[in-house]
Design a binder for this molecule. Structure first.
Ligand SMILES: C[S@@+](CC[C@H](N)C(=O)[O-])C[C@H]1O[C@@H](n2cnc3c(N)ncnc32)[C@H](O)[C@@H]1O
Length: 355
């Protein structure tokens, strides 16, 4: 199967070439293990005359590939893939109209979501038995329905520079898919701010608090924002889980946050906060692939220190054209978060240019 395999060393060369106009220093490079590094996997089911098979489709050729295991996925996912197929094949109720499966693993836990083209209520007993027999956190979904057997929310424990942080999330949250690299990224950010003069932190695209929790103890106060209700629900939970009390999470899109900070619009969701009381020394952004729009770039340019985590080198490059007018790149890291694919995660520290 052509998965557009690109080795990390090739991605590093491409990135160095891409960012030459902006950065002449040493890139810090973080390689990933090449087996069992992915904690999330989505597969289709292919029904032949007799049986169900796990399958993947090549995006370009639409060709189907049946497979029994995924070497890049977490060992727990591989183990479950083997154990799950037999009981599904042996039960017509479970097998019929089953079209997809999503696996989610943390260091210690695992859940599986089965996707059906029929009402899952009709097979709830079979699903309950499957969950019980395999001792499995099982979620079954069909249009407008979701059944949960066992735990839907999983617990993750990250070790960041010798400290432990606990996170709860589920399959509906945004999740960095490579835990080994995720720990490296958060640690790199913490190391990078170590010597800085720090006041308050502004974070956009904060998810369930992945970076926010470890960063919080290094700042006086944190305002962390995110568009997804589900992510914010978990972010608040995760604050409690880690007994952290200096973070204010708010469900705001990046555009709404800009409007609030520019005093163009008032939000009920911010009524408990006085935005004038914040003194942001750092802004951290970790946007989706599209990168930052003009409004957010304008906002980021105001602050002394910008930490930019990017999953798309192309949009990062576009954004750096603007940010490098007011800021200089102090550190640049490349993380092989998406090993064995052409994708690359970057981290950039920018410091305001003093006139
Ligand atoms: C690349 S993820 C990063 C999440 C988090 N920093 C982490 O490490 O898990 C981007 C996040 O931005 C959120 N998002 C997408 N569009 C947004 C927008 N317009 N405004 C605010 N958040 C947005 C997504 O829900 C997602 O959680």
């Amino acid at each position: 199967m052509n998965l557009n395999l690109l080795e990390f060393k090739d991605k590093i060369s491409l990135a160095k070439e891409l960012f030459t106009p902006f950065f002449k220093g040493e890139f810090e490079c973080f390689a990933s293990p090449l087996k069992h590094f992915r904690t999330r996997a989505e597969l289709s089911f292919y029904h032949d005359e007799k049986n169900l098979n796990y399958a993947m489709f090549d995006k370009n050729t639409k060709k189907k590939y049946c497979l029994e295991s995924l070497e890049f996925a977490d060992i727990k996912i591989n183990d479950l893939m083997k154990r799950l197929l037999k009981p599904l094949n042996e039960n017509t109720n479970l097998k019929e109209k089953l079209f997809g499966v999503e696996f989610l693993a943390t260091k210690k836990e695992l859940s599986v979501t089965l996707l059906y083209h029929k009402n899952v209520d009709l097979i709830s007993k079979d699903l309950a038995n499957l969950s019980k027999n395999l001792n499995l956190n099982l979620i079954a979904r069909s249009r407008g329905k979701k059944l949960v057997f066992g735990k839907e929310n999983l617990l993750q424990e990250l070790e960041i520079l010798g400290d432990f942080f606990f996170y709860e999330f589920n399959n509906d949250c945004f999740i960095q898919p490579n835990t080994f690299i995720n720990e490296k990224m958060i640690s790199w950010v913490l190391q990078g701010i170590k010597e800085d003069k720090k006041a308050d932190l502004l974070e956009l695209y904060c998810g369930y608090g992945n970076f926010t929790l470890p960063l919080a103890r290094h700042f006086n106060k944190v305002l962390a924002t995110e568009i997804s209700k589900e992510n914010i629900r978990f972010a608040l939970k995760n604050c409690e889980l880690n007994s952290i009390s200096n973070i204010n999470f708010a469900r705001l899109s990046s555009a709404e946050l800009c409007e609030a900070l520019e005093k163009k619009r008032e939000f009920k969701r911010l009524k408990h906060l006085n935005l004038d009381e914040f003194d942001f020394s750092h802004i951290l952004v970790d946007p989706p692939r599209i990168g930052l729009d003009e409004q957010v770039l304008r906002l980021a340019s105001r602050y002394e220190n910008i930490v930019y985590i990017s999953c798309n080198p192309q949009s990062l490059k576009e954004n750096l054209k603007t940010l490098s007018k007011s800021h200089k790149i102090a550190k640049f890291a490349l993380f092989d978060q998406f090993a064995l694919t052409p994708h690359l995660e970057c981290g950039v520290f920018l410091r305001k240019i003093t006139q």
